[in-house]
Design a binder for this molecule. Structure first.
Ligand code: SAM
Length: 220
């Protein structure tokens, strides 16, 4: 029997199809990414009072001063990751768990770190209950997850003031790190490829707005 908490109706599915068409028009062309956006019920990552906002192409507050990213941004970052089935991917900034679920849906093994305890606890319970078997960790994403490294891909979903070396160190040769970088109001979406000899190749992909990646002692 379907748990009503996780109901995904024809109406929701219809709204998701429209959302997919909207982000396709905005330039996302990777069919596997679009299919994942169409499959994962974004409304289930919202508190029940706000369901009508779930299929707008906008970021939305999820509590603890944080946001679920705009679907276009999720799709854009996921496209840059060039996800392959079986990839071992580290996400920094679990938040609602939506981005992690998209990666899982695409066949990745997903590890995700969150520094806000309330969000970590919520995602750790919710994701497996929805069938997204993401490994959730509470901690500081600046440090990555050395015990589980190296990773094929790493995605940072908060604005970083700089590129933490621990993250490039934890990338496999041939791996990709996607990270929005800058201290100001907006960040430059940056993708870093690690070549087989370990050198890093950096590309920039335009400006986006993220909540900041916070350090250990900063307030949230
Ligand atoms: N990926 C999320 C989703 O799908 O809902 C959206 C992430 S939200 C834009 C950024 C998240 O990064 C917030 O949940 C925030 O608490 C978290 N964060 C900020 N600094 C962090 C750090 N140093 N380590 C881990 N998570 C951090």
């Amino acid at each position: 029997m379907i748990d009503q908490k996780f109901a995904d109706t024809f109406r929701h599915k219809g709204l998701r199809k429209k959302l997919v068409e909207e982000i396709r028009r905005k330039g996302i062309s990777n069919e596997a990414v679009l299919k994942a956006i169409e499959s994962v019920p974004r409304h289930l990552f919202f508190d029940s009072g706000f369901l009508e906002f779930a299929y707008e192409d906008k970021a939305f507050p999820i509590g603890a001063g944080q946001t679920i990213s705009q679907p276009y941004t999720v799709a854009f970052q996921t496209e840059l990751l060039k996800v392959q089935k079986g990839d071992k991917i580290l996400e920094i900034g679990t938040g609602s768990g939506y981005q992690a679920s998209i990666l899982y849906q695409m066949g990745a093994k997903v590890f995700s770190i969150e520094r806000q305890r309330t969000l970590y606890v919520k995602a750790k319970e919710k994701l497996p209950a929805m069938g997204y078997l993401v490994k959730s960790f509470f901690g500081d994403g600046y440090k990555g997850l050395p015990a589980f490294a190296p990773f094929d891909k790493i995605i940072v979903t908060a604005g970083a003031p700089y590129i933490p070396q621990s993250l490039t160190d934890q990338l496999k040769p041939g791996g990709i790190l996607v990270i929005p970088v800058d201290e100001g109001d907006s960040q430059l979406m940056t993708s870093i490829g690690k070549l087989s000899d370990g050198t890093l190749e950096t590309r920039q992909h335009g400006r986006f707005r993220f909540v900041p990646l916070l350090g250990d002692k900063e307030n949230s």
